[in-house]
Design a protein around this ligand. Structure first.
Ligand code: FAD
Length: 439
């Protein structure tokens, strides 16, 4: 069957691409591998969907590291404000929370999926679920359409690949887009986990499972060289560490782990300088009187951390506070400012929030999302080698690239339809002129 545009994948990027292209008048078929649409969208933001981030554009781009440059052009056309306006217009009012994170006011990710589905249906997008695309059909360099598992083919002038990455494969994102892109000559940067928990070596860590630390600073380093640092909240798990700042730092850990273990140093008291901490501890010791060493730790640390901390400090549990030396106080302070863990791995990509790597941005036109290798082929969303921090950045990137891909494909299609008519019109004009001249 012949269509103007086939969109592959009904996630955030694919739904936006399909809806926008159809809104501009294109005949659009949306093929989805699973039985549902927006599977991953529904679980985003713990079911609340952190749609976007309302920060200033320069800061927004910085949250993507080096890959941010690729998004500059498309974000100038479709930014957070435009996306929020879109959802308001489609019955999803939003609220902006701490850190400029934008959520649907209903706190329901399902409302976002419903709005996108309606947007597509209202403009005539045809949906076909249980339709895993296994090949892009290119004949003598010209794009012809797609082939789905089982052999059925769909002819199309334009194809938009919006198949996502490799994380949470249960949602349908199993990296198919990387194979599809490779098969038609695209470079795919090796996928690896992004925004992912870290595995640590210390045997005491599993005992800290469930402990959440707020307002701490975590710093990653390797061989004495600082890699990155972040302030905020983190969490201990049965295998290592997770939580917002760990997910943010995981990108740097993942890159460095190839060269060996990475040190994660946690400053448990980032607001206090060494002298201030020493004064605080001396005050506590004076107030506690005849107690033993753990009594002072109780004032400084969460309960779960006390036994580990006491052992690491090398100071006996029954040591009388009145007998703590300046050197021992120094040891406590050093540990408070640098509670070190050894990072040995990231958790697997299936547990990552996003995939780093994907179709090389060098081979995609950032103004249109069109392939520089196969005219008529477009990419949108996480299948592209673009990866942002937590906070709504990745969904905005998916919506923005989807919007631009849908718009560009619809316009290209329009030009293709107009071209023969344009040629016919100029033939007609030439004929009319000749008639006028009587030639
Ligand atoms: C638990 C979790 C929470 C998250 N929370 C947030 C958040 O709050 N805010 C945020 O900004 N980001 C969040 N993210 C990241 C965000 O969800 C993704 O970056 C985003 O969904 C990517 O959109 P996409 O459309 O590119 O891909 P996806 O949403 O992965 O959609 C791809 C679609 O393509 C389909 N597909 C795959 N292969 C084929 C094929 N061969 N044929 C047909 N269809 C195919 C899949 O079934 C799927 O439906 C979260 C991610 C996870 C895992």
């Amino acid at each position: 069957m012949k269509h103007g545009i086939v969109v592959v994948g009904a996630g955030a990027a694919g739904l936006m691409a399909a809806g926008r292209a159809a809104e501009l008048g294109a005949d659009v078929l949306l093929l989805e591998k699973t039985g549902g649409i927006g599977n991953k969208l529904r679980i985003t933001g713990k079911g609340r969907c952190n749609l976007t981030n309302d920060c200033e554009i320069r800061e927004f781009i910085a949250h993507f590291g080096p890959s941010g440059t690729f998004l500059r052009n498309s974000l100038a056309r479709y930014d957070a404000a435009a996306l929020v306006q879109f959802f308001h217009a489609h019955g999803v009012p939003t609220v902006t929370e701490r850190g400029q994170r934008v959520f649907p006011a209903s706190n329901e990710a399902d409302d976002v999926v419903r709005a996108l589905r309606r947007y597509c249906l209202d403009h005539g997008v045809q949906f076909r679920t249980h339709s895993p695309v296994e090949g892009i059909r290119v004949v003598e360099g010209a794009l012809r359409g797609v082939r789905v598992v089982g052999g059925a083919t769909y002819d199309a002038r334009c194809v938009i690949i919006a198949t996502g990455g490799l994380s949470y494969p249960g949602t349908g994102s199993t990296g198919d887009g990387f194979c599809l892109a490779r098969a038609v000559g695209h470079t795919v940067l090796p996928p690896r986990p992004g925004l992912v928990p870290l595995v640590t070596a210390e045997p005491f860590v599993p005992h800290l499972q469930g402990l959440s630390l707020r307002n701490v600073r975590a710093t990653l380093s390797q061989g004495g060289r600082e890699l990155a640092s972040a302030f905020g909240e983190m969490l201990f798990t049965h295998y290592g560490v997770s939580g917002p700042i760990i997910l943010t730092l995981s990108r740097f850990a993942g890159e460095a782990l190839g060269q060996g273990p990475v040190r994660l140093s946690i400053d448990l008291k980032p607001a206090l300088r060494v002298e201030q901490l020493d004064a605080r501890i001396r005050r506590d010791i004076a107030a506690l009187g005849a107690s033993t060493y753990p009594a002072v730790l109780k004032r400084l640390l969460p309960r779960l951390l006390i036994a580990v901390f006491q052992e690491r400090s090398g100071i006996a549990r029954d040591r009388a506070l009145s007998q703590l030396t300046a050197e021992e106080r120094g040891r406590i302070i050093t540990l408070l400012k640098a509670f070190d863990l050894t990072v040995v791995a990231t958790r697997p990509i299936a547990e990552a929030i996003i995939t780093i790597g994907g179709v090389s941005t060098r081979e995609i036109d950032p103004r249109t999302m069109e392939s520089r290798r196969v005219p008529g082929l477009y990419f949108a969303g996480e299948v592209i080698d673009v990866a942002g921090d937590t906070g709504g950045f990745n969904l905005q990137a998916a919506f923005t690239t989807g919007r631009v891909a849908g718009e560009s494909a619809a316009r290209a299609l329009q030009r293709a339809y107009d071209a023969p008519m344009g040629a016919a019109a100029s033939r007609h004009r030439r004929a009319a002129k000749s008639k006028e001249k009587g030639t």
